[in-house]
Design a protein around this ligand. Structure first.
Ligand code: NAD
Length: 331
């Protein structure tokens, strides 16, 4: 039996306190004090202790909750299907472990993966009723999102009407700010003595969670939609097919994605983008790997925090963005 010493309990509490503090800065105030790599390390350390001492896991541990919150001033809207986080893979070994877990859960089945760029912005959910855009929310705490419909209406890349009158369609994606728009915005803020945004992700999140939609409209945001959520009157069998449908409906879909027949192809595609990420006009913090078949996705299911059929491949720390100066040069 493993002995739980007061030191372990203190360490867990200290890590949870620290992570919750950084969650507040990042998700609520859009103003992080540490890099994502530093944050991921804290979370990994906590997770490792919790794996070793499962009796110390609590329901409110940051390892078991989607990080965001509903900010004051926004209406909370329940998601029809939870909006979850993603598990992390920090290298080839973690990707192979993910593939092994998927295969163990689906013995003998062929598995195809879709790999997409992980745009570093803010997750959004758009509802279309009979083809019309009726509501847009943030991910919030995963169960409830913040109603930011009015702000999202100002984003030109979001169609107010899609190409087909589907009774109900929820589409999920990422709202982001291009590197160019981010640098320009920070230049203006510097001139006017306002606080600078740490990175394009925080700039996008801060721009969307504004009580005045005119501010959002002035911020040059865009979106890439990457998935279907709850829907009525539509049937899709594969994720890649879903992406093609989104495009056909007039939604903006990132064309840099690939269907891979095995994990070797996935790894190759991830490595390619690791080298090319700085050539993109927008920031990415990794790639997302998803099982293509929706039937397999459903059978794999999800943990309390993230789906078992997807994982985020995070770029290694040596390419980390550490300072505002770095960002201006490298994003
Ligand atoms: P995550 O960012 O690792 O993954 C989930 C998110 O990925 C989704 O909500 C979605 O917004 C996004 N995404 C982008 N492209 C996607 C695609 N093609 N398909 C699916 N999803 C896509 O998980 P998280 O829980 O949102 O946040 C954790 C991240 O936030 C980590 O990178 C962490 O380092 C960072 N964080 C940093 C701090 C800090 O203080 N620096 C604090 C909290 C969180």
């Amino acid at each position: 039996m493993v002995t739980i010493t007061p030191d372990i309990k203190d360490k867990i509490e200290e890590l949870r306190r620290e992570i919750n503090y950084h969650n507040q800065l990042y998700y609520v105030l859009d103003n992080p004090a540490i890099t994502d790599e530093q944050y991921d390390r804290l979370l990994k350390e906590l997770l490792e202790i919790e794996v070793a001492y499962p009796e110390l896991i609590t329901a409110d541990s940051p390892t078991r909750r989607v990080g965001g919150e509903i900010q004051k001033g926004f209406k909370a809207v329940p998601h029809r299907l939870p909006m979850l986080s993603l598990g992390n893979a920090f290298g080839e070994g973690d990707l192979r472990d993910f593939d092994r877990r998927v295969r163990n859960n689906l013995p003998g089945e062929e598995i195809e993966y879709v790999v997409e760029l992980k745009i570093d912005g803010l997750a959004i959910s758009l509802w279309y009723e009979n083809g019309l855009f009726v509501r847009g929310t943030t991910r919030g705490d995963g169960e409830f999102g913040e109603d930011i419909t009015t702000n999202l209406r100002t984003v030109k890349a979001i169609p107010l009407r899609i190409a087909r009158e589907i009774p109900f369609l929820e589409v999920r994606g990422e709202a982001y700010m291009s590197k160019e728009a981010f640098v320009k915005l920070n230049q203006v803020r510097e001139e006017t003595g306002e606080q600078l945004f740490a990175n394009p992700r925080n700039a996008a999140a801060g721009s969307l969670r504004q009580l005045d939609p005119k501010v959002t409209a002035s911020r040059n945001l865009s979106v890439y939609m990457y998935g279907l959520g709850y829907m009525e009157g539509l049937s899709v069998t594969g994720h890649a097919q879903g992406l093609a449908l989104l495009k056909e409906l007039g939604l903006r879909v990132n064309q840099q994605h690939k269907v891979c027949k095995d994990i070797d192809e996935v790894i190759e595609y991830c490595q390619r983008w690791q080298g090319q990420r700085f050539e993109l006009p927008y920031a990415i913090d990794g790639l997302v790997i998803k099982v293509n078949s929706l039937d397999q996705q459903q059978r794999l299911g999800a943990t309390i925090k993230s789906p078992r059929w997807a994982i985020a491949f995070k770029f290694p720390a040596e390419q980390a963005i550490t300072t505002i100066k770095d960002i201006i040069i490298r994003v």
